[in-house]
Design a protein around this ligand. Structure first.
Ligand code: ATP
Length: 330
């Protein structure tokens, strides 16, 4: 942690050159202090160009998350939220799980300008970069126990699709259990956003869910290509400010979570199915033991379990350990 790093990055956010001398004068510190704050940025994976005689520069201009803009985009329900925007965090989910254990309020949202060790399911990593990714987690406390939350991760996917549709993003679909895909011109689904839900509490209740969401805004091409499944970002499909995006996502999440609390996933199942990229499609289910089960997606059950017609009859797959792939996809 270096307290000057983010103030300097905000100064560099215009994407133009700023001389070390000007920055040092602005913050009333030495040029060496500026240099070490920039070194810290680089350890966070933030690229800062340094050119002798010209100074420091970010590769492109950056739009930082802004609390006021997020709250404005949430609209009437903004009072529900305890919103905190952190400059840097290892993982918004890990941080919020810790805060939740210490009693953080219902509907606390932690967003990060940069997440240095984002998590996917089963210990995998979520790729993100400063200004190029939206990463946040939302804490929702339930009276019911964790056992009743099995359809929650699918319900969250519905909220993301509603939010993206309301912002005019087209051709967005879900891949069970909750990846958000955008279909390209060849109707190939590419991953735009991921969801990671972690639960706390008893099976009988009460319980708490930390809902982590990562959305690609404008990832460098090299990062998109390094991801081991087809991925895309919003910049290829729409022009949306990340603060507005976060606000609209939170508004739709609050609506869906309230509905889920009262009526469960059952009330959202038909809508979820209408967004499923693989409904009635041939798929491969990648099993934890390395097996590959082929079949045709039949539906999802009221608890979010995927029903697939296979050579052995109708089989039920629960999320957690299993990955779904289209036939012929990576
Ligand atoms: P599966 O499709 O195998 O079930 P998943 O997509 O549900 O996996 P997650 O845990 O949601 O897996 O996300 C982690 C996976 O997502 C990584 O293993 C990688 O394949 C992919 N990934 C990582 N970062 C990004 C990103 N920024 N954009 C798109 N996909 C990513």
């Amino acid at each position: 942690m270096n307290t000057l790093t983010f103030p300097i990055l905000r100064l560099l956010a215009d994407g133009k050159f700023h001389s070390g001398e000007d920055i040092a004068q602005h913050f009333k510190v030495s040029r060496t202090t500026i240099w070490s704050a920039i070194q810290h940025a680089q350890t966070l994976g933030i690229e800062v160009f340094s050119v002798r005689g010209r100074g420091y520069k970010l590769p492109a201009s950056i739009n930082f998350l802004n609390t006021e803009e997020v709250l404005r985009a949430i609209g009437e329900q903004r009072a529900w939220f305890n919103l905190q925007i952190l400059d840097e965090v290892t993982s918004t989910n890990t941080y919020l799980m810790q805060q939740s254990a210490k009693g953080a309020a219902h509907v606390t949202c932690i967003a990060a300008q940069v997440q240095t060790n984002g998590k996917g399911r089963r210990g995998r990593t979520w790729v993100s970069h400063l200004g190029a990714s939206l990463t946040f987690s939302l804490l929702w406390r339930f009276q019911c126990g964790a056992a009743a939350l099995s359809g929650l991760s699918l319900a969250v996917g519905v909220a993301l699709i509603r939010a993206l549709n309301s912002l005019g993003v087209q051709n967005v679909q879900l891949k069970w259990p909750n990846d958000v895909l955008v279909l390209d011109d060849k109707k190939q689904g590419k991953k735009l956003a991921g969801i990671l839900i972690e639960l706390q509490g008893d099976m009988e209740g009460p319980s708490a869910a930390v809902i982590g969401v990562g959305v690609n805004l404008n990832l460098p091409q090299a990062s998109l290509q390094a991801i081991d499944q087809p991925a895309t970002d919003l910049a290829h499909h729409a022009s949306i400010n990340q603060s507005e995006l976060l606000g609209v996502l939170l508004k739709h999440l609050a609506e869906i979570l309230s509905q889920f609390e009262q009526h469960g996933f059952t009330s959202l199942r038909d809508e979820w199915t209408s967004y499923h990229a693989y409904h009635n499609q041939a798929v491969r289910m990648l099993m934890p033991d390395g097996r590959d089960v082929q079949g045709v997606v039949n539906n999802v059950a009221e608890d979010g379990i995927l029903l697939v017609d296979t050579a052995l009859g109708l089989q039920r797959f629960s999320a957690g350990e299993i990955s779904l792939r289209g036939v012929g996809c990576r």
